[in-house]
Design a protein around this ligand. Structure first.
Ligand SMILES: [Zn+2]
Length: 78
């Protein structure tokens, strides 16, 4: 009985350890993905043709790749 309990606790401990490692890896990866994801200020929304596009340059105006019209920065951050 004692041996079984001991084995059981070792097994539970192992499962918990592996679970924690998987959780840490999962959240670490999620955080990395979040860091790699696009900043909302780089996502532009054309007011003329309603086309959504990405402009990674930090500019006040950008040209819509679809209709060629100029758009003002959608959201002024901070
Ligand atoms: Zn447009």
């Amino acid at each position: 009985m004692v041996n079984i309990d001991f084995a059981l606790s070792i097994g539970l401990y192992s499962i918990l350890s592996i679970g924690l490692i998987i959780l840490a890896w999962f959240f670490g990866r999620k955080q990395k993905d979040k860091d790699l994801s696009l900043d909302p200020k780089f996502i532009w929304f054309c007011s003329v043709c309603t086309y959504t596009y990405v402009q990674t340059k930090d500019v006040a105006f950008s040209v819509c790749p679809r209709c060629g019209s100029y758009n003002k920065r959608p959201t002024e951050g901070s």
